[in-house]
Ligand binder design. Structure first.
Ligand code: BDR
Ligand code: CA
Length: 328
């Protein structure tokens, strides 16, 4: 049975890939998409969510606009990684659809109240919408089965500062509020595991050979992302942070987790730093455990991801065959 999910996101190239993966996977029923400012401004991110979902070729998923700024700070969009338009400036076709009139936080509250017990909420951007929804109706939010959050860096350096991952850095107050709330179980997909999973030039070439309208747009959009990764990290490929979080929700059995008390620093040089209290040494009481993803079956993930983006009849097995000789 497909799993009910809601995605909160800030598209963003890897958010776009995550939306496509979730919308096309037979494992999921995507009930709604809420949008937050992060990689790009709110109006641009809403437009991107609609444009991307139009090409997913599934049923129309409703899109809800949320926060246009972090809780207490100014937004700093990351055009350097995602392009001026957030999708790699490749001219992705416009959508004729509009977002819903209900705001993101209200939708999250209403959906949680009615269907939370069977829904996983996947969070791929700054946690502003989620913090606002918790603030306005914590009870409805505690009904969600689980939150899967892309955020944080622990043993590896950050990508927004030496210590902080971009989503937590953008709205550290929201990240702290959500991690310390603990109204339902939380699974974190952080940079430590993200930096082990790359969409390589080989994978991109396979998408190009799949030769659909969608895979061509994906190739165009990821060109910018790939170049940015080379310039910033000197890696040949791009990290799949947000699609990996979708997998952690849809296929939890592919992941190994460890459970730690966790919080997020908000001040000064530590802005947005994830604190995992592995040895229970915190001077103050940090809330009980969050699940921290430490390992993933990369091969299963990559084959499933590429099969879902490919033509309808493609299977993981077929992808595996095409990738013979390519390292994982
Ligand atoms: C996260 O930050 C954003 O730039 C990406 O979309 C992803 O959600 C990775 O740190
Ligand atoms: Ca994102």
């Amino acid at each position: 049975m497909p799993r009910r999910i809601i995605i909160d996101c800030d598209p963003g190239i890897d958010d776009a890939l995550a939306l496509l993966y979730a919308a096309r996977s037979p494992e999921s029923q995507l009930d709604g998409v809420t949008v937050v400012a992060g990689n790009t401004t709110l109006p641009q991110a809403v437009s991107n969510a609609l444009r991307v979902l139009d090409l997913a070729e599934g049923r129309h998923v409703p899109v809800y606009a949320g926060a246009s700024e972090p809780l207490e700070r100014r937004l700093q969009p990351s055009a350097r990684i995602h392009g001026e338009d957030g999708l790699g400036d490749c001219g992705w076709p416009e959508s004729s659809r509009e977002s819903q009139t209900e705001r993101a936080a209200q939708f999250l509250n209403h959906h949680g109240q009615k269907f939370g017990h069977e829904t996983t909420l996947i969070c791929l951007g700054p946690l502003t919408n989620i913090a606002q929804a918790i603030r306005s109706d914590p009870e409805s939010m505690s009904r969600y089965q689980r939150l899967v959050i892309m955020g944080g860096a622990y043993r590896v350096g950050g990508n927004a500062s030496p210590v902080a991952e971009h989503n937590f850095w953008t709205d550290p107050e929201a990240a702290q509020a959500v991690l310390e709330w603990r109204g339902t179980s939380i699974r974190l997909v952080g940079l430590d595991i993200v930096r082990t999973v790359l969409l390589t030039p080989n994978h991109r070439e396979l998408l190009r050979q799949m030769n659909t309208k969608l895979t061509h747009w994906i190739c165009s959009s990821t060109r910018y992302f790939l170049n940015a990764h080379w310039q910033v990290d000197r890696v040949l490929g791009c990290y799949l942070a947000d699609p990996l979080a979708v997998a952690a929700a849809l296929r939890p059995e592919w992941f190994d987790v460890q459970t730690y008390p966790a919080s997020v620093a908000v001040d000064g040089l530590n802005r947005g730093q994830l604190l995992l209290d592995e040895y229970a040494q915190s001077p103050r009481q940090v809330p009980a455990g969050i699940e921290w993803c430490v390992e993933v079956n990369r091969r299963e993930f990559m084959e499933d991801f590429l099969a879902c983006l490919g033509p309808a009849q493609w299977t993981s097995k077929q992808v595996r065959r095409c990738l013979i000789g390519c390292s994982e």
